[in-house]
Design a binder for this molecule. Structure first.
Ligand code: UQ1
Length: 460
C-alpha cells in the first residue's frame, strides 16, 4: 500500500521532523537540506506517491485511471512534461492528406489534466532510481514511491543530412508528417507536384507508427489519380511516378498485412526500393544506405520527397540507469515492470516492449500497467499480462483503411475479424470512418481520461 505519511524522499530531506510533511500532503515542498541532495543546483525536493514522466497518450491515460481508483488525493500523482500542447498524432497522416487541419488535433496540455493531478512543466534532466528521485532541468529534485516513465520517442530530424534545411525551405517539395511544424507542408507539396518523381521513405530501425510512411504515400497516389496525373494501370505513361523506399525487406513487418500491401503496390505500379535507408538530401538528390551489409550507397533523383526521419529514445532515458542496451526503458514484456527497479514502470514509445509503437498499443498496455503497479504497491506480485496488442489503421486510399491488429511476434489479433468473420487485410470503408471520425473522438473524450480500452470498450 502507499504510505499515508511522509515518503522516503521527503523523510530524507527533513529527517528531524517528518510529521510536518505528513501533516501537509505528500506533495509538500520540504525544506532544502544540505544533507539530502547531492545536486548542487537543487532548490527543493517534493515527493509524490506516483510520478509520471510524460503527458502523452500513456501519461494522461494511466494518471486518470490511477486517480479513479479513489486511492489518491490532491497532488499524490504528478506529471512531468514541458509541452504546452498535446497532439493527437495518429491524425497527422490525415493532415498530410488534406483531410484534417493540424490545429484541430491539438489541445493545451494543462487543460487535459484532472485538477487533482500536479503538473510540472519542466523537462527531466536525470533519473536516480537508487534514491527514488528524478531531477528536473531547473535542478529541482522530485521523490516518488512509484515512477512511470512514458515520455515517448525522439524524432531526430538531424539524422538525415540536409533534411532540416530542406524541410524549412518553403519552396522545396520536401516534407514530413512526423512533426507538428511541417505536417501541413505535406498536402501543399502534393498539390504542387504536376509531374515527375515522387519518393516516399521509411527509415531502418525503430519508428513509431510503422505504417504511416506508406499511409501518406497511398493517399498521395489517390490524390494524383483523382487529379488525372497518375494512372495505376499505366504508371510509365503517367505524369507522376511513385517510389516507396523502405529500410525493411518488405512492405510491412507482419506477413499477413505485408502480403496485401505488396499486392496493392504491384497492382498500383509503385516502385519498391527495399532495404533502402535514407541518409542525405541534397537539392533533388536523395542518398540511401543499403541495409544489406554491403555498405553500398544508392542515389535517386526526386521532384517530391516525403521523409520519415530516424527515431530513438530521448537522451535523458538512454543515458540513465533505466535503459536497456538500445536505450529504451527496460521493462518486462508482459508486466511492464522495470526489470531491475521494481517501482519503475514503462509503456508506450519509450518502453522496451517489443511491439509496434502506436496509441492503440498504449490503450492495451495501460490497464495492465495500472493493475500491476497497484498490486506491487501493496506488496503483491504483478498478475496482469500484456500480449503485445497493437494496431495500425492503414489508409490505402481516400475512404478506405486496412485495419492491421496484431500481438507479439506479428500474430494477427483482429477485433472485427472475430466479431463479424471478416478479413481485416482487406481495405474497408467502415475502417476509414473509424480512423477519421471515431478514433479522434474517443481519444479526447475517453482515451486521455483513461476510460477507453480500445477493443475491450469503455472502462470505469
Ligand atoms: C483505438 O482505440 C484508437 O484510439 C482511440 C486508435 O487511434 C489511435 C486506433 O488506431 C485503434 C486501432 C484503436 C483500437 C480500437 C478498436 C475498436 C480496434
Amino acid at each position: 500500500m502507499f504510505r499515508s505519511s511522509v515518503t522516503r524522499a521527503a523523510r530524507a530531506v527533513n529527517p528531524a521532523n517528518p510529521s510536518i510533511a505528513s501533516l501537509r500532503t505528500l506533495a509538500t515542498a520540504a525544506a532544502p537540506s544540505s544533507t539530502a541532495s547531492p545536486s548542487p543546483v537543487s532548490s527543493s525536493t517534493r515527493s509524490h506517491k506516483i510520478l509520471v514522466v510524460g503527458g502523452g497518450s500513456a501519461g494522461l491515460n494511466v494518471s486518470h485511471q490511477l486517480l479513479r481508483t479513489g486511492q489518491f488525493t490532491q497532488d499524490d500523482i504528478a506529471i512531468i512534461d514541458p509541452a504546452e500542447w498535446h497532439h493527437y498524432q495518429p491524425g497527422w497522416t490525415l493532415v498530410g492528406g488534406g483531410v484534417k487541419t493540424k490545429e484541430e488535433l491539438r489541445r493545451p496540455l494543462p487543460g487535459l489534466l484532472d485538477p487533482k493531478l500536479k503538473l510540472y512543466g519542466q523537462a527531466v534532466d536525470s533519473f536516480t532510481p537508487e534514491q527514488n528521485t528524478v531531477t528536473l532541468a531547473n535542478g529541482d529534485r522530485l521523490g516518488y514511491e512509484q515512477l512511470i516513465v512514458v515520455p515517448g520517442i525522439h524524432v531526430n530530424f538531424n539524422s538525415i543530412r540536409g533534411l532540416p534545411e530542406a524541410l524549412a525551405d518553403p519552396n522545396s517539395l520536401v516534407s514530413s508528417i512526423y512533426g507538428y511544424e511541417h505536417v501541413d507542408k505535406v498536402y501543399r507539396t502534393l498539390q504542387k507536384l504536376k509531374s515527375g518523381k515522387a519518393l516516399f521513405t521509411q527509415p531502418a530501425g525503430v519508428l513509431k507508427c510503422a505504417g504511416a510512411p506508406q499511409k501518406i504515400m497511398w493517399l498521395a497516389l489517390d490524390h494524383w489519380k483523382q487529379a488525372g496525373l497518375y494512372d495505376p494501370s499505366n504508371p510509365s505513361k503517367s505524369a507522376i511516378n511513385i517510389s516507396f523506399a523502405t529500410g525493411l525487406p518488405a512492405m510491412f513487418g507482419v506477413p499477413k498485412y505485408s502480403a496485401s500491401l505488396e499486392a496493392l503496390r504491384q497492382e498500383r505500379g509503385v516502385e519498391g526500393l527495399f532495404q533502402h535507408d535514407l541518409v542525405a538530401v541534397e537539392g533533388n538528390t536523395a542518398t540511401f544506405a543499403k541495409v544489406d551489409g554491403s555498405g553500398a550507397q544508392v542515389q535517386r533523383e526526386f521532384d517530391l520527397l516525403h521523409v520519415v526521419p530516424k527515431m530513438g529514445p530521448h537522451a535523458f532515458v538512454k543515458n540513465s540507469p533505466l535503459a536497456d542496451a538500445a536505450g529504451f526503458v527496460d521493462v518486462d514484456n508482459a508486466t511492464t515492470q522495470h526489470k531491475k527497479f521494481k517501482n519503475v514502470w514503462s509503456i508506450g514509445d519509450a518502453s522496451s516492449l517489443p511491439t509496434s509503437k502506436t496509441a492503440a498499443a498504449v490503450i492495451a498496455e495501460a490497464p495492465v500497467m495500472v493493475r500491476n503497479l497497484l498490486r506491487a504497491a501493496e506488496g503483491k506480485a504483478p498478475d496482469a499480462e500484456y500480449d503485445g496488442y497493437t494496431s495500425c489503421p492503414l489508409t490505402t486510399e481516400y475512404g478506405k483503411v486496412l485495419l492491421a491488429e496484431f500481438k507479439y511476434a506479428g500474430v494477427p489479433k483482429e477485433t472485427f475479424g472475430s466479431l463479424f468473420g471478416i478479413d481485416q487485410a482487406t481495405p474497408r470503408k467502415a475502417f476509414w470512418q473509424l480512423k477519421k471520425n471515431f478514433f479522434p473522438w474517443v481519444y479526447y473524450n475517453n482515451m486521455v481520461k483513461g476510460t477507453w480500452a480500445g477493443p475491450k470498450g469503455w472502462i470505469r
